[in-house]
Design a protein around this ligand. Structure first.
Ligand code: ATP
Length: 346
């Protein structure tokens, strides 16, 4: 596999008055899996289509291992693609589907069927090689699409919501399989999804887009724990927005003073951004009075939703074995387990 790096440099793409990509920059290293995440319409699919050559950018460069391919037609770019719709050929068998790209590249029949069978074995479908696509489940069809995209050893693999048509359990299994395959083959991969959990679970790095720009690109851990903007902080995972006041770089949360990490505003009303797992609910005395609205048992942890006297709704995530005796309607106290928090003015 001759995997390559991918760079998008200052890419702009407009559709009428919409700036789908606005001076967009992205670097994907050799063998890396990067997911693009962001709200609907932020430009994820457009970025992928520009890489594939299916959309021509107005400005900027697409580079593969340092070579400018901006003007290269899509069919000459050596990229494997898997879309949400399986888009297999219904009149071809599974192995003929997988071999199709090799057929287009004039590889002889013996070699292309050999390669197709190797790939089908990798995705666990070697015993289904003679079937037609209508004889397969959705998950199996998407495995065939993946095998087809990888059969001609693409320099870059592009995945556009490849799992969104599948059931939850199949989705989880297949995303793990994609990651296993991608790691073993070392294929540089760009993955577009609107599913945060999916993006965080399989990627080396996740890029969060907003209005056609990349707001932050980092490892899933960094993105979650050290968001660089309030947009990323609020978009990735669940975040409580607790109204409070900032003064001398400190905010008071549930009666405790903690350091404010962003100090755009020196005094006045702000929101403290606190993850549910950084809040404890207990009967221990404190200043964070609240009433439990619901407790949802989720196995190892439970989500407890509370309301404070000012009407704010606060979510707390606690180990189930510490929260089993907390019940809806009960008066409790909230405690923060951090000594510094992000704050937002809006
Ligand atoms: P989603 O998560 O909903 O699929 P996305 O982040 O993939 O969204 P894009 O499909 O890249 O977003 O679209 C970015 C913006 O460009 C949107 O405002 C969209 O309406 C617009 N757009 C995309 N393709 C076209 C097109 N062919 N013609 C006109 N506008 C388009």
């Amino acid at each position: 596999m001759s995997s390559k790096s991918l760079s998008l440099r200052n890419i702009s793409k407009r559709f009428g008055t919409v700036n789908a990509l606005d001076n967009f920059n992205l670097e994907v290293g050799v063998g890396e899996l990067v997911a693009l995440l962001g709200p609907s319409g932020c430009g994820k699919t457009t970025a992928l289509r520009v890489v594939a050559g299916l959309e021509q950018q107005d400005n900027g460069l697409v580079m593969v291992s340092g070579k400018d391919i901006s003007d290269m037609p899509a069919h000459q770019r050596n990229m494997g693609m898997v879309f949400q719709a399986y888009s297999l050929f219904p009149n071809l068998t599974v192995e003929e589907n997988v071999a199709f790209g090799l057929h287009m590249r004039k590889v002889n029949k013996h070699l292309r069927l050999k390669k197709a069978r190797e790939l089908l074995e990798l995705v666990g479908l070697d015993s289904h090689n003679k079937r037609f696509t209508h004889q397969l489940s959705g998950g199996q069809q998407q495995r065939v699409a993946l095998a087809r995209a990888l059969a001609f050893e693409p320099e870059i693999l592009l995945l556009d919501e490849p799992l969104s048509a599948l059931d939850a359990q199949v989705r989880v299994n297949l995303r793990e399989e994609i990651r296993r395959l991608q790691l073993s083959l070392g294929t540089t991969t760009l993955f577009v999804t609107h599913d945060q959990e999916e993006a965080m679970a399989v990627s080396d790095r996740v890029g969060v887009m907003n209005h056609g720009v990349l707001e932050q690109i980092d490892s899933p851990d960094t993105l979650y724990n050290k968001p660089s903007s309030t947009f990323v902080a609020s978009f990735v995972g669940t975040m409580n927005r607790i109204p409070t006041q900032i003064s001398n770089g400190m905010v008071e949360i549930f009666g405790i003073k903690v350091v404010a990490l962003k100090r755009g505003q020196e005094s006045g009303n702000v929101y403290a951004l606190v993850r549910p797992e950084s809040i404890e609910v207990s009967r221990v005395a404190g200043a964070g009075h609240a009433k439990i609205i619901t407790r949802s048992f989720m196995g190892a942890s439970s989500l407890i939703i509370c309301q404070t006297p000012d009407g704010s709704v606060i979510q707390a995530l606690m180990p189930s074995h510490y929260s089993g005796d907390l019940h809806p309607g009960e008066e409790v106290n909230l405690h923060i387990t951090l000594n510094e928090v992000l704050v937002s003015n809006v």
